[in-house]
Ligand binder design. Sequence first.
Ligand code: PBG
Length: 341
Amino acid sequence: MTEPAFPRVRPRRLRATPALRRATAEARLHPAQLTLPLFVGEGLTEPKPISSMPGVVQHSLDSLRAEIGRAAEAGIGGVMLFGIPEHKDAEGSGATDPDGILNVATRLAVAEAGDALVVQTDLCLDEFTDHGHCGVLDAEGRVDNDASLERYRDMAIAQAESGSQMLGLSAMMDGQVAAARGALDAAGRDDVALLAYTAKYASAFYGPFREAVQSSLQGDRRTYQLDPANRREGLRETLLDVEEGADIVMVKPAMSYLDVLADTAAASPVPVWAYQVSGEYAMIEAAAANGWIDRERAILESLVGLRRAGAEGLLTYWAIEVADWLRGRPSASGVLPVGAY
Ligand code: PBG
C-alpha cells in the first residue's frame, strides 16, 4: 500500500513554467484595449513637461501630430484629447469655439489618425472655466446643473463637428448623457458615440491632472462627483447612464475602485472601461524613480488587475509603452519586461 499523495490538489502545478502560466492566464492585455489621454496646450510651439507626471507633456499641435503617429504605429485603440486654452472664462467659451484648442486639435488628430485610432474628446468645461468647475455657476457660486447641460449640448455639437468619434462625458452633471445624445441626434449626428464617465469619484488622485490642465479650481467637486465611500451609488449612476444612452460606461479612478468596476461589469449591457488617472500614474512613477518598486511590473500588474476586475478598455498614460511591450518591443529606456500579459 502506498501512501495517498498529499496534498492531492496542487494549484502550483499550473504555475510551474512561463508557458503554463501564459497558457492559463485568465486576463490579458491587448494594445487595442488601450486609450492614451493626450493634453494639448493652446499657443505652444513645443511640448511642455508636466512636472507631477514625468514623461507626460502638454503637446503643441506639431508634437500632437507626431504622438498620434506613434499611437497608431503602436496599435493602441484610441486617444482621448484634452485641450488647455490660453484664456479661461466663467462660461468656458473656448470649449464651444470651433477655433478653440480642443476643436482644432481634434481636427488635426482625426486627419492624422485616419482609420487607425478612435479619436475621443473630453466633454467637460473644467479645462475651459476660470473657476475650474465642470459647469457654469449660479448667482450664489454653485454649479448650476441645468444651465451646464445647455453648455454641454453645445459642446457636444462642437466636438462632433470637429470630427470627434467618441465624446467622453466627464462632468457628472445629472442628465448629461441624455442631453448630449438628444442634441447630437437632433443635429443628425447619431453616429457619434458617448463614453460616459458614469462612476466618477471625487478623488485626490486627480491631483497631477490639475497641473496638467493648469486648473485653478476654487473649492472642490464634491457636490457633483461621487463620494469615495459609496459603492451602490456607482452602480446607480451606471444604470442611469445606460438608460440615457451611454454607449460605453467608465469607472474612474481605477485602482481604488475595483469593487465598483466589478459591479459595473456584472450589471452593464454596454462595454465597461476604466481610467487609470494621473495620480495613479504619478504614484508608480515616483516610487520607481526612487528605486522602491519595479516600474514595469507595477505598471503591468496595475493594468491587468483592471482587466481581471472586469474592464474591457483602459485609459492609461502608459498606453504606447505598454503596447510596445505587448508586441515584444523594448520601451525607449531599453526595457522589455518578461511575462507581459
Ligand atoms: C474632467 C476630467 C478630469 C480628469 C479627466 N477628465 C478631472 C476632474 O474631474 O477633476 C482626470 C484625469 C486624471 O486625473 O488623469 N475634465
